[in-house]
Design a protein around this ligand. Structure first.
Ligand code: LLP
Length: 431
C-alpha cells in the first residue's frame, strides 16, 4: 500500500509530481507520503483492535522529525535506541511516557536521561544492564520500569544481518534463563518489573516465525505476570514489506505481484497472533519500523552518465551508497522506475553511484527503460533504513527530504551544505 503512482506518465507522490519537487529541491531527494504513513499506522492499529495495544514506532527506521510528528499525532509510542532518538521524539512532540528504550549497550548518561524524562520502560538486554539501571535509579531516588528482552531462539528466516532472535545473535537473554533473571531482578529495590519484550528480526515476510515465537514465549510471560505482576508484553517489530512491485512494468496494481500476494499483512499477522495474545490479559506493545515507513518513501536521483563497458550498460546516477546503503550492505532489492515514463525499449543495466567502490550500486543487470543523461529515476521503498543510514562518505552531503500531503509539500530536511561536512574538525595544533 502506498501513494506513488504514474499519472499520465509522470510519477506522483499523492497529488504532487516528483518532477516539481526535483525542480525545487534538486537531487538526491527523499520523498515521503504522509498519507501512506498514516494509512500504515491505522491499518496495523485497526487489525489489532481486539487487543489492549500500543504501537511503538521504531524510530530507527526513519527518525525525521516530520515522520515522528506524523506518528505522534496518531497517538503512537516509540521504540528508541539512544538518547539522540529520545531527544528527537521530544523535539517532534512525542511523549516520553510512551517510549520503550531498547539496545544492548545503554550508557549511564543515556539511562539517566531517559529516567529523568519518565520513559515507559527500559528493555534490558543483560543482567549487568539491569544492575546498572538499578544503580542509576537509586542515585536519582527513582524506581526504573524495566522489561527484559527474551531471545526465544527462533530463526526468523530473514537476511543474516537482520536476524536477531537466535542464540547466535547478541540480543536479549536466552529463553531458559529468563525466570532466574526476573527472580534476581525482583530483589533490586529500584527496579519495577513492568513487562517482557522480544524482537526476532526484520523484514519477515511470513507470519509463521512470529507465531512460533509467541507460542513459545506466551506461557513464560503468563508465569512472569503471575509471579511479578507484569503489565505488558512487547512482540517487537519485523513485519516485512513488498520491495518487488510491478510499478516498474507499468502495472498500477502492484499488489497483485506474486511477492505481494503471499506477503504478511496486518490482517494475516493479527489473525494468527491475536488469539494467542488476547488470553494473556496484558497490554501488548508492537515495535514496527519498516512496515510503517518503508513503502512511504522513495529516493529520487538524476542520471549523470550512461556508459557501456565490455558487455555492460551502466547508468551512473547522482545518489550513492552514502544515501541508500541497503543494496550494498544487504544485497537488497529496490524497484527503480523512471520519474517520467516514455515507453520504448528496455535495456539490462547496472545502476551505480559515483562513489569509488564496486559495492556502490543500486541494481545489477536490471531491465530498465532506456534512459539518458538528465533523466530522473526513483528508487522505491526507500522510506525505511534509507536516509537514517546515510553518511558523508566521499564527503558527500546528506540528501534533502521532502514530505507530501495531498497537493502540498514541505522540505523536512534541508540538503546538508557541503561546508558543514567537516564542521567540528580541526587541523591538529601541537603545543
Ligand atoms: N524493535 C527492535 C528491538 C529492533 O531492533 C528493530 C529493528 C525494530 C523493533 C524494528 O524492526 P522493523 O519493524 O523495522 O523490522 N537496517 C536494516 C534493518 C535493521 C533492523 C534493526 N532493528 C535494513 O535496512 O533492512
Amino acid at each position: 500500500m502506498h501513494d506513488f503512482r504514474h499519472v499520465n506518465g509522470k510519477l506522483c507522490c499523492e497529488g504532487v509530481t516528483i518532477e516539481s519537487l526535483v525542480k525545487q529541491h534538486g537531487t538526491p531527494l527523499y520523498v515521503y507520503s504522509q498519507k501512506t504513513l498514516r494509512d500504515h499506522f491505522q491499518e496495523l492499529d485497526r487489525a489489532l483492535v481486539p487487543l489492549d495495544r500500543l504501537i511503538c514506532y521504531a524510530a530507527k527506521a526513519n527518525s525525521n522529525l516530520a515522520v515522528l510528528r506524523t506518528f505522534a499525532d496518531l497517538g503512537s509510542g516509540f521504540d528508541i535506541v539512544s538518547e539522540g532518538e529520545l531527544r528527537r521524539i521530544m523535539a517532534a512532540g512525542g511523549d516520553p511516557a510512551k517510549c520503550v528504550f531498547a539496545g544492548v549497550g545503554k550508557t549511564e548518561p543515556e539511562i539517566e536521561f531517559a529516567l529523568r524524562q519518565g520513559i515507559y520502560c527500559f528493555n534490558a538486554e543483560s543482567e549487568p544492564e539491569l544492575a546498572r539501571i538499578n544503580r542509576v535509579a537509586a542515585r536519582l531516588k527513582k524506581v526504573a520500569p524495566v522489561a527484559v528482552r527474551v531471545n526465544p531462539n527462533v530463526d526468523a528466516g530473514t537476511h543474516h544481518k537482520i536476524t536477531t532472535g537466535t542464540y547466535a545473535n547478541k540480543f536479549g537473554i536466552a529463553f531458559e534463563q529468563i525466570e532466574g533473571v526476573y527472580a534476581r531482578a525482583s530483589k533490586l529495590k529500584n527496579l519495577r518489573l513492568r513487562g517482557l519484550q522480544m524482537h526476532i528480526g526484520s523484514q519477515l515476510t511470513e507470519v509463521q516465525p512470529f507465531e512460533l515465537a509467541v507460542r513459545k514465549v506466551a506461557p513464560l510471560v503468563a508465569a512472569l505476570k503471575a509471579q511479578h505482576g507484569l503489565e505488558f508484553f512487547s512482540i517487537g517489530g519485523g513485519l516485512g514489506i513488498v520491495y518487488r512491485s510491478a510499478l516498474a512494468s507499468g502495472d498500477a496494481k502492484w499488489w497483485r505481484t506474486p511477492e505481494a500476494k503471499n506477503i504478511i499483512t496486518p490482517q494475516s499477522y493479527a489473525a494468527r497472533l491475536v488469539p494467542l495474545l488476547q488470553p494473556l490479559g496484558l497490554h501488548i506493545l508492537l515495535e514496527p519500523g519498516r512496515f510503517m515507513v518503508g513503502n512511504a518513501g522513495l529516493l529520487v536521483t538524476r542520471v549523470e552518465y550512461v556508459k557501456r563497458t565490455g558487455k555492460k550498460n551502466f547508468v551512473i546516477v547522482d545518489a550513492a551508497m552514502n544515501d541508500l546503503i541497503r543494496p550494498a550492505f544487504y544485497d537488497s532489492y529496490h524497484e527503480i522506475v523512471p520519474v517520467r515514463r516514455k515507453g520504448g525499449v528496455t535495456v539490462s543495466s547496472d545502476v551505480v553511484g559515483p562513489i569509488c567502490e564496486s559495492g556502490d550500486y543500486f541494481a545489477k543487470d536490471r531491465p530498465l527503460p532506456k534512459v539518458r543523461q538528465g533523466d530522473y529515476l526513483a528508487l522505491l521503498s526507500a522510506g525505511a533504513y534509507g536516509s537514517v543510514m546515510g553518511s558523508n562518505y566521499n564527503s558527500r552531503p546528506l540528501a534533502a527530504e521532502v514530505m507530501v500531503s495531498g497537493r502540498k509539500s514541505a522540505l523536512v530536511r534541508a540538503r546538508q551544505p557541503i561546508g558543514k561536512i567537516w564542521e567540528g574538525e580541526r587541523v591538529a595544533q601541537w603545543a
